[in-house]
Write a protein that binds this ligand. Structure first.
Ligand code: A3P
Length: 317
């Protein structure tokens, strides 16, 4: 793998052209040799970000796996967990959301890595990743695992990622919105280009067991989409349980829930007074950020980069 220093702190280094956390790159052979099992379920999303950077000892526990994403990772994790627990809210309160599903490319010595955590987990396992298809450990493909991919429209994703970088003290300052627009569009952010990530997974969806979901669709008709997830997971829950899951995984509920809202993470890491982790949870907030000129430019770039794909995003509800 070709590795290049991008910026510091925090350190991002490239693996085959994709910027990743330096500690992930250091652990790359362990990650690539990860042994998936046929009954693993992998939650895949384009990242808003990871929690790069290191901190003092006292923060190590808190730092652990608050890898966060703009695509509604936390949301789908809570939905999957609620389905797995048959709608039992108490069971979903057993741990903060960052700790429930091992994050396979996570590495932050001396903490156990995502690979180690996954190894220690009893089957059937639900795991998560932000890796693009070409960097996924091959054993996931070889074992024909189930993949749940959640995509969010690029513009809202960019906005969410921007605010997240503002509040995450472990991340480089995103700069001005104009500057961030360039970084995001050029894929100079953790886990690389949104375009390549989404296209890659979209192209794989008919060749493997991939349930491809859209943030916007979940927002529009949560029950319908949650039902899809349930069937994909091979579960069959009562209507009343489904309704409860819809309710418990609403933005409003999850914003108040300390197990999902990141309120347990110290302010020195996530400064929610700058921007809350559960920020808006809407479709179309990009309109409050993109200038007319930026929007035109982005649309042009989008058409070029997404040329030839059949994927269609909803930009407003
Ligand atoms: P915004 O910044 O647009 O509010 P991730 O979990 O991948 O980091 O994604 C974070 C984004 O998902 C944030 O978007 C957050 O508000 C949104 N989100 C989290 N839970 C949600 C929910 N239950 N419903 C809708 N959006 C949710």
């Amino acid at each position: 793998a070709l590795t290049t220093e991008l910026r510091s702190p925090p350190q991002l280094r490239e693996v085959a052209g994709i910027p990743l956390q330096a500690t992930t790159v250091d652990n790359w052979s362990q990650i690539q040799n990860f042994e998936a099992k046929p009954n693993d379920l992998l939650i895949c999303t384009y990242p808003k970000s990871g929690d790069y950077g290191t901190r003092g000892e006292q923060d190590l526990g808190l730092l652990s796996q608050h890898g966060l994403l703009t695509s509604g990772t936390t949301w789908i994790q809570e939905i999957v967990d609620m389905i797995e627990q048959n709608g039992d809210v108490e069971k979903c309160q057993r741990a903060i959301i960052q700790h429930r599903h091992p994050f396979i490319e996570w590495a932050r010595p001396p903490q156990p890595s995502g690979v180690e955590k996954a190894k220690a987990m009893p089957s059937p396992r639900t795991l998560r990743t932000h890796l693009p298809i070409q960097l996924l450990p091959p054993s996931f493909w070889e074992n024909n695992c189930k993949f749940l991919y959640v995509a969010r429209n690029a513009k809202d994703c960019m906005v969410s990622y921007y605010h997240f970088q503002r509040m995450n003290q472990m991340l480089p300052d995103p700069g001005t919105w104009e500057e961030y627009f360039e970084s995001f569009t050029n894929g100079k952010v953790g886990w690389g280009s949104w375009f390549d990530h989404v296209k890659g997974w979209w192209e794989m969806k008919d060749r493997y067991q991939i349930l491809f979901l859209f943030y916007e669709a979940i927002k529009k008709d949560p029950k319908h989409e949650i039902q899809k997830v349930m069937r994909f997971m091979g579960k069959n829950l009562d209507e009343t349980v489904l309704d409860k899951i819809v309710q418990e995984t609403s933005f409003e509920k999850m914003k108040e829930n300390p197990m999902t809202n990141r309120s347990t993470v110290s302010k020195s890491i996530l400064d929610q007074s700058i921007s809350p982790f559960m920020r808006k949870g809407t479709v179309g907030d990009w309109k409050n950020h993109f200038t007319v000129a930026q929007n035109e430019r982005f649309d042009k770039i989008y058409r070029k980069k997404m040329e030839g794909t059949s994927i269609n995003f909803c930009m407003e509800l």
